[in-house]
Design a binder for this molecule. Structure first.
Ligand code: HEM
Length: 160
């Protein structure tokens, strides 16, 4: 094994921080404790959701070769999979966003940098959660083209 380069990341909120950027430890109630707890609980649920997602999409049936428009449409015709994917979307996004929030708070020392990175993160998260939720609930499995013909990959139940 070669050890070409070794990088050590400084411990959070240490190093040469300009005193004008030091932050008060002012109370935010118990929000940080709840956020800490949320990371552990959502992590446990995510293991189940992610493995269920991978097994149903890639291991059973035709595997990855079977994943197309009709496959997704077939899954979302089942309220169980709609709920599964909705929960996966929300938990992964809130878990990932809260993790990134922690990293930004720990390593972005300048107030303005921290503010703008957080804003970009929250806007991106809101957009993805809103769009993803809309897609799951407004998805049209039996899509037709401009002439009213069903698309070729629609699930079998569209022809019935
Ligand atoms: C397989 C299920 C997962 C488990 C069990 C899990 C567990 C955890 C736990 C316990 C933490 C807190 C670590 C700490 O406070 O030191 C954490 C942090 C984090 N997680 Fe997850 N997680 C999972 C999936 C995900 C997913 C899908 C994403 C992305 C969408 C993600 C993104 C993050 C990020 C960005 C952090 C912050 C890392 C840090 O503080 O250094 N995790 N995860």
């Amino acid at each position: 094994m070669s050890h070409a380069t070794e990088t050590t990341i400084a411990a959070p909120r240490t190093g040469r921080i300009d005193p004008k950027y030091t932050r008060s430890k002012g109370g935010k109630g118990n929000f940080e404790m709840l956020a800490w707890l949320f990371m552990r609980l959502s992590g446990v649920v995510l293991v189940v959701l992610i493995f269920g997602h991978l097994i149903s999409n890639l291991l059973v049936g035709e595997g990855i070769a079977g994943v197309d428009f009709g496959f997704v449409a077939g899954k979302w015709a089942d309220p169980m999979w709609q709920f599964w994917d909705l929960l996966l979307l929300w938990l992964a996004m809130l878990h990932g966003t809260n993790g990134m929030r922690t990293i930004i708070n720990d390593y972005a020392h300048k107030d303005r940098v921290r503010f703008w990175l957080s804003m970009i993160l929250y806007v991106a998260t809101a957009a993805i959660i809103i769009l993803g939720t809309l897609v799951i609930f407004t998805f049209e499995p039996c899509m037709v083209d401009a002439s009213g013909q069903l698309l070729k990959d629609v699930p079998a139940f569209c022809h019935g």
